[in-house]
Structure formats: C-alpha cells, structure tokens
Design a protein around this ligand. Structure first.
Ligand SMILES: Nc1ncnc2c1ncn2[C@@H]1O[C@H](COP(=O)(O)OP(=O)(O)OP(=O)(O)O)[C@@H](O)[C@H]1O
Ligand SMILES: [Mg+2]
Length: 226
C-alpha cells in the first residue's frame, strides 16, 4: 500500500459542519485512485490533505504504512507532490521559469545542470525558449507540462492530480494524460486523480470512489486494470 486515509474528517475554521467525514481511501503503488464528485463536494479538500497542505480535523494519513503528522517530514514532502487545476498556481510569478525549475535541485541538494534539465524537459515537450519567456505567455498546456516536469524533478512516489486537465483544450488534455500514463509506467507512481469527468476517470483510474454529501463510496468496479 502506498497511501491510505483512515476515518478522515475535515471541518474548516469558523464552520459548524465537516465538509468531509469518515473518509477511507487507498492508493496502491503504480496505480491510480480516482475521486469523482460534484463541485464543492470536497474533492480538493481530500487532495490537499493527502498532499500535506491541509491538516485533517480527525483521522490518520498513512504513507507506506507510516502514520504522518502535519507538517509532513521533509523526506515525505519530497515524495508527495501535487498538480493543480490552474497550472499558474505551481509557479511563483515573481520568479523566472528557469529559477522555478532550479528549486527542486536545491531542495534535493543536487547539482544543477542546464544540459540535463533541457534533456529532461524535452520529454515534456518543453524547450529552452519556453524557459526564457514570461510564465503568463505560455499556453495552459505548456505551463501544465512544465509544472509536471517540475514536480517530477523532486523524484516523487505519489502525485495528487487535482483536475489537472480541466482547464486545457482537448489536445493539451490528451498530451498531459499520455505523459501521466507514461510516467506512471516508467516510475511506478501512485496517483490520486480528482475529476468530475466520469469517462476520463474510467479510462484513467484503476479504482474509483464517489464523493457525495461529504462521504466517500467506492465505485464497486475495477477499471482499466491489466
Ligand atoms: N479554506 C476554506 N474555508 C472554508 N470553507 C472552505 C475552504 N475551502 C473549501 N471550503 C468549502 O469546502 C467545500 C468543499 O470544497 P472543495 O474545494 O474541497 O470542493 P471540490 O469538490 O474540490 O469542488 P470543485 O469541483 O469546484 O473544485 C466547499 O463548500 C467549499 O466552499
Ligand atoms: Mg476542487
């Protein structure tokens, strides 16, 4: 088991009622767990708890059978990364894209090499000229592929994918999905895939949960399993 949620509940500050309760969920190594649910049902809340951004009010988060405390320890923060719906959130607007791409090297205390970075970025369809441009001048698809390349430089084992393609056009969507599938195969990554697109979820996920009224139900069907 890569990651597991046990009886997770979250009540936001100044609110009376929990937005999610009794949430139990598993993600296996090399597999994708999907969460489907309407807008406001609490999908991102679950994703942010698993990414360590948000502390649950109740319950326990396990990573590789280790119960985690918040904030997550540094070595776990490196292994768990998140890709957001809006790719620009992944980049500090006051930093050049090249500076942003250097950050993972700093975090991992490894030597930066422009040559190796560019070789890596090529796999994501990103080139040197993109890095020289202002982040806001890149297309949504380019920026999301760069955001994905950036979190991959952290050498993660688990990714939270919070509707990573919902702001993109059809071609860019397919590019990102194909990249995610390839990366999963090559690096045995576990994914939490948040979506409101049933067909996409069925195509992409090995296990699907439905979120309704703050509670999670397993889909009772295993899809896309070899
Ligand atoms: N920081 C916050 N403080 C108070 N309430 C919040 C906060 N963040 C989210 N909520 C509320 O919690 C509920 C669940 O929000 P969440 O963003 O998890 O839903 P979602 O399923 O991801 O929705 P969408 O599909 O629109 O992204 C919503 O009612 C939302 O307004
Ligand atoms: Mg959301």
């Amino acid at each position: 088991m890569l990651m597991r949620l046990e009886n997770i509940e979250k009540t936001y500050r100044n609110q009376k009622h929990p937005v999610i309760q009794n949430v139990n969920l598993i993600v296996e190594k090399g597999k994708t767990t999907g969460i489907l649910g309407k807008s406001g049902s609490g999908k991102s809340t679950i994703g942010q708890i698993m990414a360590g951004i948000l502390k649950p009010s109740e319950g326990t988060v396990f990573f590789q059978d280790q119960a985690l405390s918040y904030p997550f320890p540094k070595e776990v923060r490196q292994k768990i990364q998140i890709l957001f719906q809006h790719p620009e959130i992944s980049f500090n607007p006051r930093m050049s894209l090249l500076e942003s791409m250097k950050e993972p090297y700093r975090f991992r205390k490894t030597l930066f090499s422009m040559e190796i970075l560019l070789e890596e970025l090529e796999k994501f369809g990103i080139y040197e000229e993109h890095l020289k441009r202002d982040p806001s001048s890149l297309s949504g698809g380019e920026l999301q592929r760069l955001a994905l390349a950036r979190i991959m430089l952290m050498q993660p084992e688990f990714l939270v994918l919070d509707e990573p393609t919902s702001m993109l056009d059809v071609i860019s969507q397919a590019q990102v999905i194909l990249l995610l599938e390839k990366l999963q195969r090559e690096r045995n990554l576990g994914y939490l895939f948040i979506s409101h697109d049933y067909e996409l979820c069925r195509h992409f996920c090995h296990r699907i949960y439905y979120l309704k009224d703050g509670r999670l139900k397993e889909g009772g069907e295993e899809c896309n399993d070899e």
